[in-house]
Design a protein around this ligand. Structure first.
Ligand code: 9D3
Length: 248
């Protein structure tokens, strides 16, 4: 996939592909990434890309001209049909389903807003807006970096089986089960016997039960969206009877 990110802080946005899985995605060729400096598309010698808001009020607005030119340059550089996505507080909430849909695109142009937002007249250039959620950031850069990270791990060949996407929380619709590693006894806390048993069917059943229980306790909203099977309902009953009287 090809990504071009338009921002006033391209050196910041670039950091997302300097580490971890997004870096691997670039190194393997699964991801072609470019951070584009919006200031290079300023129409003044001052490199300004914002101006005061018509109608008054505090805060600056991003001018349409530099944004339009930067988007056009990004599309030319990409060379194939690319969707344009603005990261904005007004956008669709970012979910795994949306990330999966976007990761399947051949190319995307991501627009990071600053100040109060973009001049409304650039909306015809934008396919849709994406938000990280209902809290206030100082700009779109971190949201773009989150989206890049979440997409990179879904690109073909990027993850080995250590993260096969279908085992992911939110792909199953449940929270993850607990994990344990050595030592088998640590500060009086043992690893559950079942995990040392070598009985893979029993382990899978235990993990499913823990995932259902954790989701019930911490994210009941996720459970309500799911069609609970009879075996899952039984596993959840077991979990609750085994955990009655616990704080968490
Ligand atoms: C005075 C009105 N502002 C505060 C509510 C509006 C406002 C404009 C621009 C608030 C935040 C921003 C900058 N935020 C983003 O660009 C942004 C964002 C966010 O703030 N929260 C969640 N997701 C995103 S994606 C981009």
């Amino acid at each position: 996939m090809k990504l071009d990110v338009v921002s006033l802080f391209p050196a910041f946005v670039e950091q997302v592909v300097k580490v971890g899985i997004p870096r691997k995605a670039v190194e393997s060729g699964a991801l072609q990434f470019h951070a584009r400096d919006l200031r290079n598309y300023s129409d003044g010698a001052d490199r300004r890309v914002d101006d005061r808001s018509y109608g008054g009020g505090p805060g600056m607005v991003m001018e349409p001209g530099p944004l339009a030119d930067a988007i056009a340059a990004a599309k030319t550089a990409i060379g194939v049909e690319a969707k344009v996505i603005a990261l904005s507080p007004q956008g669709l909430p970012m979910t795994q389903a949306l990330v999966e849909q976007l990761a399947a695109e051949p190319a995307l142009v991501l627009i990071c807003g600053r100040y109060e937002g973009l001049d409304e007249r650039v909306t015809p250039l934008i396919d849709f807006e994406v938000s990280l959620g209902d809290f206030v950031l100082s700009g779109g850069e971190l949201a773009a970096m989150v989206l890049v990270d979440a997409m990179a791990r879904l690109l073909p060949g990027v993850l080995g089986h250590e993260g096969s996407a279908e085992a992911d929380s939110f792909s199953t619709g449940l929270l993850d089960h607990p994990h344990y590693t050595r030592p088998p006894l640590w500060r009086d806390a043992p690893v559950p016997d079942v995990l040392l048993s070598g009985d893979h069917a029993k382990i899978a059943r235990w993990r499913r039960k823990q995932a259902l229980g954790a989701t019930f306790l911490k994210r009941p909203d996720l459970l309500e969206k799911l069609q609970i099977s009879r075996t899952d309902a039984e596993l959840l009953r077991e979990f609750l009877s085994e955990h009655s009287g616990e704080k968490n």
